[in-house]
Design a protein around this ligand. Sequence first.
Ligand code: DGL
Length: 263
Amino acid sequence: MSEAPVGVFDSGVGGLSVLKEIHTLLPNESLLYVADCGHIPYGEKSPGFIRQRCAVVADFFQRQGAKALVLACNTATVAGVADLRQLYPEWPIVGMEPAVKPAAAATRSGVVGVLATTGTLQSAKFAALLDRFANDVRVITQPCPGLVELIETGDLHSDALFTLLKGYIEPLLAAGCDTIILGCTHYPFLKPLLSQMLPPSISLIDTGAAVARQLQRLLTEQDLLAVGPSREPQFWTSASPEHLGKILPVLWNKSGVVRSFGL
Ligand code: DGL
């Protein structure tokens, strides 16, 4: 069982930022990545629709014999992780949430910004996260419609992207944020552009590395860590495999075989 694969899932290419952390920490794991690009963006979809997509992808990973599941998507986690844990109580499932706790501990100005999808920011799970960890800080939330769609095309630098992003970070800077949470797995790909746009005193926080460590903990606890040779991930997409194949070298730094996830 320890040599069985781990399923990693996002609405699109954003979860590749998490896959990178997992592959770096756990290179012996066989990783199956599903990008539900045919249904992007989850951030503007209903929780019910996202729950259905989570169930379809989780069923696919079950049929592939996966030993664990990583929801490499904040929006899918707020909508679907509770249902999945109920459906598959024996399965180690790792979800993601915006890094409110570490940001609240790190801020010196006492003002934290959160860039995330509309779906994540409107969720009860996010409200509960703020209640739990953000009582002593001011939190400015900023939904970012349109960013995910541009990143999905492999665009990390265009003028259109710069202008859109500028409009989203300006209110955070005006409010005095010194710590900005990247609360969507697509946004870590914007770190190089953001570091050109933001003063050096601003810290960016995301949770990809923490998710990889949580997966390592769960697999270790259940004696499920793979010990075989280092392996390359396998990729599936519910949109065009050619398109994902073309942008993998940009976002994953390597090419890879991409198959069609036609469900
Ligand atoms: N990558 C996803 C997240 O972490 C959402 C992107 C989307 O809107 O589909 O929230």
